[in-house]
Ligand binder design. Structure first.
Ligand SMILES: Cc1cc2nc3c(=O)[nH]c(=O)nc-3n(C[C@H](O)[C@H](O)[C@H](O)COP(=O)(O)OP(=O)(O)OC[C@H]3O[C@@H](n4cnc5c(N)ncnc54)[C@H](O)[C@@H]3O)c2cc1C
Length: 333
């Protein structure tokens, strides 16, 4: 059923108290197809937004269009061999519930991605990643409906995965609605403990030990959106040419970087923001988190405009100090 004037407060982790002109939630692919082919969708064909849990979204104001949300919550093992399983998961399943499900069965692959907010549909859009793993390493295929109701299957290769990037964020943005994702999990495998201090934190040899360590590390570093509204890392880590990095290092010898390729490096945006003195600072009711400069937070009652204004000041200061352009990772709507 189409609901008019729908509050999105419970649908975005920044805690923005905004409304959508219309909202439609579907529990099956068939229900979504019927809706897309109905006259109810027609007025919104050019003005709609698919959301998951809203953990990578910032609403600046009320959304004057239609919000679509998946409540497709099936989870089925569709193939099993001696080595592993293929699991088909509905787009509306909470990502971390799927990780917990896989860890309970001692299946390997998703444990490093424990605790990432959001739903399964968005995992395939965002190519979520953490602690040395990316979801594209698990994705076998993605099922989606086009706006004409036609179904399309995307192989992993067709999704064009890159760092927090996919075809659904670029060429096909707004053209397909993901209904299910099939992941490949292994029955055995080596634990991936190469990232940062993860190895020191893992107290055993099972995927559950990794999950527990990742969850506790995340809780110690990132604010919980239930108590402090946020959307995780607000900015992307900028990629700059190596020559520019070397030039900057002459002035700031401690500037960190990670190799991208022979010509380019990635600089942590959090470090740049911290050097500009923004860590822990507020502008109105929006602030930079006191422990993690990459995370912007809603101190309570902030509007999307206040967060955007804070972000603009930060972008400007980073540019003036380092000559580097940082851009939002979060979808500003
Ligand atoms: C505290 C915190 C920590 C975080 N840590 C991490 C982290 O470690 N690693 C990481 O990668 N991310 C992290 N994030 C970001 C966020 O969790 C991910 O981007 C997540 O995938 C967003 O999922 P969502 O369901 O909330 O999507 P939303 O924010 O609702 O949507 C994200 C994008 O996906 C699109 N979309 C959603 N569902 C569908 C669908 N079914 N079909 C087509 N398009 C769709 C939306 O239109 C939008 O463009 C963090 C966020 C928070 C708040």
């Amino acid at each position: 059923m189409l609901i008019r004037d729908y509050s999105l407060l419970g649908h975005n982790t920044f805690g923005m108290d905004v409304k959508a002109a219309a909202y439609f939630e579907y529990t099956s692919k068939e229900a979504l197809r019927t809706f897309l082919l109905s006259s109810d969708f027609e007025p919104y064909r050019e003005c709609f937004l698919v959301i998951g849990a809203g953990s990578n979204l910032l609403f600046r104001k009320d959304y004057d269009g239609l919000v679509l949300h998946s409540a497709i919550r099936d989870l089925d093992i569709i193939e099993e061999t001696d080595d592993g399983v293929l699991v088909r998961v509905g787009s509306g399943v909470c990502w971390d519930d799927f990780v917990a499900w896989s860890v309970e069965r001692n299946l390997h692959g998703a444990e490093n991605l424990s605790g990432i907010p959001g739903e399964v549909g968005a995992s395939a859009v965002q190519n979520i990643g953490a602690y040395g793993a990316e979801v594209c390493q698990l994705i076998e295929r993605v099922e989606a409906l086009g706006l004409d109701g036609e179904e399309r299957l995307f192989s992993n290769e067709e999704c064009n995965y890159g760092y927090r990037d996919s075809i659904f964020k670029r060429e096909l943005k707004g053209k397909y609605i993901i209904t299910a994702v099939t992941y490949r999990l292994c029955k055995q495998g080596n634990l991936n403990l190469s990232y940062g201090n993860l190895r020191e934190r893992v107290e055993g040899t099972t995927v559950n030990d990794v999950r527990e360590a990742v969850c506790s590390l995340r809780a110690s570093k990132l604010p919980d959106p239930h108590t402090l509204g946020n959307a995780g890392s607000f900015f992307k880590n900028p990629v700059i040419p190596r020559w520019q990095y070397e030039h900057l290092r002459d002035v700031w010898p401690s500037i960190p970087c990670y190799k991208v390729d022979d010509e380019n490096v990635k600089v942590p945006a959090g470090w740049l923001i911290e050097q500009c003195g923004w860590k822990g600072c507020a502008l109105g009711r929006a602030a930079v988190h006191e422990h993690q400069a990459l995370v912007l937070v809603n101190l309570g009652g902030a509007t999307g405009g206040e967060v955007v204004s804070l972000a603009r000041h930060i972008v400007e200061d980073v540019h003036n100090k380092f000559g580097i352009e940082i851009s939002p990772e979060v979808n500003v709507i």
